[in-house]
Design a protein around this ligand. Structure first.
Ligand code: NAD
Length: 480
């Protein structure tokens, strides 16, 4: 294991309370099982205080009332702060959830900074509407900030996903209470401190650390929260809908789980690239990806060739210490999560899938695993594993592939590989998924929306459409 750089003084960097100052929980790094910090274990009292601060800042503070371009400048200043502290933020992400440091830099930090810049630059560039009326009236349709947003996010991309909520909500003029996952509170606490240094007014961005059933639930039920923006599992998403129904009918936006199909047709323009991308897609971030193409649907005529190439890629991946820049795959995020993934590997074997590669683990480091001869009804083909496990199913016609792809409660994303334009268009139109990638996977910029169909959620992150989640439409009708 590499040494944690000496310049990282967590207690000082994160302004953590001294021990004994209140309830706290340990942050255990999956890289080696050490406790890297203790952070406040927030419950009702901490949530009440954070919501009160956000409420004050929204109801009486300058933030929602300032020119949108001025809010944009504050977001750009925060982006610059994050850029200056890139190394430190990347290290915190790597330590808290085990992401390889190279990915923490090139994916997490790049996504956070570019998201803050995208919405910072967008602020003030929109326009409202003047619908046509008779000559005796003027109608105005305007968008106003929705109020206090509670953003509850998971641990797999702690800064990317926080950025996707915070940046559009703040740009729209809302104030925010962010609750990171209990597995990844360090990067969120550091982001809040950087926001203060960047000059965001008091109460505009608040962070509460704590677990889901206490802090998350208290936010979900809080009467002072106007909007819940959640990313996480479908199961927890259901809780948030109930919290809203049992409290003030706050708006609930959900980005949930997935079991994304990746369809490889025999006429794929480059089968080697299709196979390499299939392997990269499902093993990237140790498979802890909502969009992981975890169901590989491959035409029977090319299945052997594709699966052999995927297995070769899986075996070549470098597992190791997330702080080593050469590491391609780190540990799973924690012991309970490892047990869950192992449970699915056992289920795959029991149900008669053929294990082509991997299946084992060393501590929290789980081998990239490939099952073929998977049938659509098997648990490994239907349920989200959220680990480095690929299930290969075969088809003999495009129609069959579409039926198999759509036979899922999820609808987050899908991949399709074909050289035929007609197939590309008809199949992508038939797929019930929020994103369809044709001859690629995980591509796209901030200007395209991201989110799911069916039980993968509602609403969209990224792009101008994300602003719709944090604004209310107002009609003002003036009789002249
Ligand atoms: P999770 O649902 O367990 O937790 C997510 C967040 O919700 C955490 O902050 C957690 O503390 C909180 N939470 C948990 N239980 C709660 C409860 N009962 N009440 C209130 N809050 C609660 O998810 P996870 O394990 O952190 O993340 C993995 C899941 O996230 C996967 O299902 C994955 O597909 C999904 N995910 C989706 C997207 C997307 O954009 N669609 C992106 C990343 C991850």
């Amino acid at each position: 294991m590499m040494d944690v750089p000496g310049w990282l003084d967590l207690a000082a960097t994160l302004d953590l309370p001294r021990s004994g100052a209140g309830p706290a929980f340990p942050v255990v790094s999956p890289r080696d099982g050490t406790v890297v910090a203790h952070v406040p274990d927030g419950g009702q009292a901490e949530v009440d205080a954070a919501v009160a601060a956000a409420r004050r800042a929204f109801d009486h503070g300058p933030w929602p009332r300032m020119a949108p371009a001025e809010r944009g400048r504050a977001l750009l200043a925060l982006a610059d702060q994050a850029e200056r502290h890139r190394d430190e933020l990347a290290l915190l992400v790597s330590l808290e959830m085990g992401k390889p440091i190279t990915d923490a830099h090139s994916i997490e930090l790049r996504a956070l900074i570019s998201t803050l810049r995208f919405y910072g630059e967008l602020a003030g560039k929109g326009a409202d509407e003047l619908p046509h009326t008779g000559p005796d009236a003027l109608a105005m349709v305007t968008r106003e900030p929705s109020g206090v947003v509670a953003a509850v996010v998971p641990w797999n991309f702690p800064l990317t996903l926080a950025g996707w909520k915070i940046a559009p909500a703040l740009a729209a003029g809302c104030t925010v209470v962010l609750k990171p996952s209990e597995r990844s509170p360090l990067s969120a606490l550091r982001l809040a401190a950087l926001a203060r240094e960047a000059g965001l007014p008091d109460g505009v961005l608040n962070v509460v650390t704590g677990d889901g059933p206490a802090a998350g639930r208290a936010l979900g039920l809080h009467p002072g929260v106007d909007v819940l923006a959640f990313t996480g599992s479908t199961e927890t998403g259901r809780h948030f809908l109930r919290y809203s129904a049992d409290s003030n009918l706050k708006r609930v936006w959900l980005e949930l789980g997935g079991k994304s199909p990746n369809i490889i047709c025999p006429d794929a323009p480059d089968l080697e690239r299709a196979a390499a991308t299939a392997a990269w897609g499902v093993f990237f971030n140790a498979g802890e990806m909502c969009t992981a193409p975890s169901r590989l649907l491959v035409h029977a005529d090319v299945a052997d060739q594709v699966v052999d190439a995927v297995v070769e890629k899986a075996r070549a991946l470098r597992l190791g210490d997330p702080l080593d820049p050469a590491t391609e795959m780190g540990p799973l995020a924690g012991r309970a999560h490892l047990e869950r993934v192992r449970g699915y590997v056992d289920a795959g074997r029991r149900e008669g899938a053929r294990l082509r590669s991997g299946g084992g683990h060393d501590g929290l480091f789980h081998e990239p695993t490939v099952f073929d001869r998977v049938r659509p009804g098997m648990a490994v083909a239907r349920e989200e594993i959220f680990g480095p496990v690929l299930c290969v199913l075969t088809f003999t016609s495009v129609q069959e592939a579409v039926l198999m792809a759509n036979d899922s409660p999820y609808g987050l994303a899908a991949g399709l590989w074909t050289a035929d334009l007609g197939t590309a268009i008809t199949v992508s139109r038939s797929l019930r998924a929020g994103t369809v990638w044709v001859n690629c996977y995980e591509e796209g910029g901030l200007n395209v929306p991201f989110g799911g169909y069916k039980q993968s959620g509602n609403g969209r992150d990224k792009s101008v459409h994300a602003l719709e989640k944090y604004t209310e439409l107002k009609t003002t009708w003036i009789q002249l």
